[in-house]
Structures are given as structure tokens and as C-alpha cells.
Design a protein around this ligand. Structure first.
Ligand code: ADP
Ligand code: MG
Length: 366
């Protein structure tokens, strides 16, 4: 039971006679009530995809379905969608109530219905007290709520949001993220949300679709992407601070393999990695390990396993943990570890680290 279907969607822009492939062969079914987030770096095709679902952009190839209906050639106003933009697009000369009423007024709703829908949305968003103010008399977060309210009053079947929080300061952005979660739980409507911010994607999405260079890299629940990234791009994009990548040589060892990074470590690979490697027999691969999976060996809670030494170059206490930037003696390449706050790691003094190999990743260098 899907609500929105993006079916073999490709978009090629004509840019001065040259074709720019913005999105290539995208296939996604979005379930009814689902919060789906498109995430990826700037220029990866997020806005293009959202605008095509909205009908503000035409597909070069492929089709868009909403509520079982092929809307590919349909006017945006007939699609049962409401869009929330980054810049809010509020009318400065209208009050909050007038702004929220506007989409209903132009569709000739009776005024008592307009009044009750606006009051209901205002209650949902806790902006009841602001209805007579003008946008200039509101904070950024309040303006964002009004923009959301204006979408909610229309009772669309799908909400489309393009980086709606990116104009807010960091603290408010985190707060609005939680509020969006809460609002979505209450309204329960299908939402397609676009952001370049992986933390926003992780915290908001029922599923997250990672795009790079116009191509879908992986789609799944946030924790699944975090634990099982399908390639090095997703591994490096999801998670903050990012996963460490270290180029290593692969050395056969009995039935398994060891990975060796000159002067840094020589580690036995877990069986699951070894099995995968046996099929391809590479000489070298990229080893991936998240900073939180590198433990201070002196920590009683550290996992058992082979250790290695490295030198902290920078130590940043974060309260809940200590963030270490370390260097590899071989080539000076930097990597990072998040260790317990009690760690007595000191700059310039080698520290013994235990990698949680069960949570490590290997990526093809090819
Ligand atoms: P995102 O929202 O992920 O930053 P966009 O969907 O805006 O990415 O853009 C995807 C690609 O398409 C980029 O390379 C961008 O430069 C290009 N693009 C977007 N809009 C147009 C346009 N109107 N004409 C030509 N190229 C465009
Ligand atoms: Mg964009």
C-alpha cells in the first residue's frame, strides 16, 4: 500500500545545449503515513525529485503516482500535496491567521470552515497566541511553524518539505526537528522531506534515501543505514563524526585473513569479512571503523580483542565522551576515536586502542 510512487524517474536539464543529468533512474515507493527523507550533498538531485513529485518540474523519463493515480502530467494544484519551503514564503503584509487562511480562501472554502481549520492547526503547532501578528513580529522558529500551519490547513494527502529548517540556528533546528517528529506522529500524513543534513535525516526519517550524483545509493531505516552501509559513500555520509577509512593490505592467515596497515596495526578479520574477501581475493581494501568503535584499552567496558597503538594529536572533551584525533605513524594520516570521558589519553603519548572488529566494515578499493 504505497501513497507516492516514483517510477523510473530520470531528469535531464538542458544547460546551454548540454544535458545535465540531475536524477537517474530513481525508483521509490513511499508508504501511506511514512516519513521519507531524501538526503545527500548539495547538487545530488533532492530538490529536483521533490519538485517533480510536486509537479513544479517535469520528468524527462518515468512517472509519478500519488494515491494510485498517475499524476505525471497533472497540474500541481490537483495533486493533493502541500509544500513547505526553506524560506517560508509568508506574505509579510498579512497576519498569521490571514497567511494560514490564504490557501483555503483562494479555493473558496466557506469562512467558518477556514476558521475552524486554522484554529485546529494553530493549536497543533502551539501558535494560537500569534494569530494576529505579522510575520515580521515572529521569530524564525515561529515563522517556520506558520509555514507548516499553512500546509496543514489544506489537509493534503502528502507533505513535501525542502530543507525547511535550514534557516534556523543550530539549537532551534534541533528543537524544531523534535517538534516535526511530534507533529508527524499527530497528523500521520505521508511526508517527503529533503535535507543535506544527515542528523536531520536520521532523526526524522522512518526511512532514509541517500542520493549521490543523481543516483540512489541506499534506502532503509536510519539504523539500518548506520549499521549496514552498502558502500563507502553511505558509510562516510551517515554518522557524525564520520567513519574512519584506512587503506590496508590483505594478508591470508590460515582459513581467514589479517589486515595490515604499515606501522599502525595488524588485525585478524572477523569471519564474515573473510568469507566475503575469499571470493574476490583482493590485495588491498579500505577498512572502515566508526570513531565510537575504537575504544581506549584501559576502559573496563572496552571489548576484548587485538589492540594497536596510536598517538593522540588533539583531545576534545565533549562531556559524554572524549574525542581524539590520532595519527598513523606510517603516513601521518589522521583518524578519530570517541573514548570514555575517564580516558587519560594525553596529547603525544601513545594510547592503546581496541577496535570493535564486529562493527567494522570493508570497502572495495576498485
Ligand atoms: P540538490 O537539491 O540535491 O542540491 P538539485 O536537485 O537542486 O540538487 O540539482 C541537481 C543537479 O541539477 C545539480 O547539478 C544542479 O546544478 C542541476 N540543476 C538544478 N536545477 C537546474 C536547472 N533549472 N537547470 C539546469 N541544471 C539544474
Ligand atoms: Mg536543494
Amino acid at each position: 500500500d504505497y501513497n507516492v510512487r516514483i517510477d523510473e524517474f530520470t531528469k535531464v536539464y538542458d544547460s546551454g545545449g548540454n544535458g545535465v543529468v540531475a536524477v537517474e533512474d530513481l525508483n521509490i515507493d513511499i508508504r501511506r503515513g511514512e516519513f521519507l527523507v531524501f538526503v545527500g550533498p548539495s547538487g545530488c538531485g533532492k530538490t529536483t525529485t521533490l519538485r517533480t513529485v510536486a509537479g513544479l518540474e517535469t520528468a524527462t523519463e518515468g512517472r509519478i503516482w500519488i494515491e494510485g493515480e498517475d499524476v505525471t502530467g497533472m497540474d500541481p494544484r490537483e495533486r493533493g500535496i502541500a509544500m513547505v519551503f526553506q524560506n517560508y514564503a509568508l506574505y509579510p503584509h498579512m497576519t498569521v491567521r490571514e497567511n494560514m487562511s490564504f490557501p483555503l480562501r483562494i479555493r473558496n472554502y466557506p469562512s467558518d470552515e477556514i476558521g475552524s481549520r486554522v484554529d485546529e492547526a494553530a493549536g497543533l503547532l502551539s501558535i494560537d497566541d500569534l494569530l494576529e501578528r505579522k510575520p515580521s513580529e515572529l521569530s524564525g522558529g515561529q515563522q517556520q511553524r506558520v509555514a507548516l500551519g499553512r500546509a496543514i490547513v489544506r489537509e493534503p494527502s502528502v507533505f513535501l518539505m525542502d530543507e525547511p529548517l535550514s534557516n534556523l540556528d543550530a539549537k532551534l533546528r534541533v528543537q524544531m526537528r523534535t517538534e516535526l517528529n511530534e507533529i508527524h506522529q499527530r497528523v500521520g500524513k505521508t511526508t517527503i522531506y529533503v535535507t543535506h543534513d544527515q542528523a536531520e535525516a536520521m532523526t526524522l526519517g522512518d526511512r532514509v534515501a541517500v542520493l549521490n550524483d543523481g543516483k540512489l545509493q541506499q534506502i532503509g531505516p536510519p539504523q539500518h543505514l548506520y549499521d549496514n552501509p552498502t558502500n563507502q559513500f553511505v558509510a562516510g555520509f551517515i554518522g557524525e563524526p564520520p567513519m574512519n577509512f584506512i587503506d590496508v593490505d590483505v594478508v591470508p592467515d590460515g582459513n581467514g585473513h589479517r589486515i595490515v596497515s604499515e606501522d599502525l596495526f595488524d588485525l585478524k578479520l572477523p569471519e564474515r569479512h573473510s568469507k566475503a574477501l575469499a571470493a574476490v581475493e583482493p590485495d588491498s581494501v579500505t577498512f572502515g571503523i566508526r570513531p565510537e568503535d575504537l575504544h581506549d584499552a584501559a576502559d573496563a567496558g572496552a571489548p576484548d580483542g587485538e589492540t594497536f597503538e596510536a598517538e593522540p594529536k588533539v583531545i576534545e572533551p565533549m562531556g559524554s565522551d572524549k574525542f581524539l584525533t590520532l595519527t598513523s605513524p606510517a603516513d601521518g594520516a589522521e583518524f578519530s576515536a570517541r573514548v570514555v570521558p575517564e580516558s587519560d589519553a594525553a596529547v603525544g603519548e601513545p594510547i592503546t586502542l581496541v577496535p570493535n572488529m564486529g562493527k567494522s566494515h570493508l570497502f572495495d578499493n576498485a
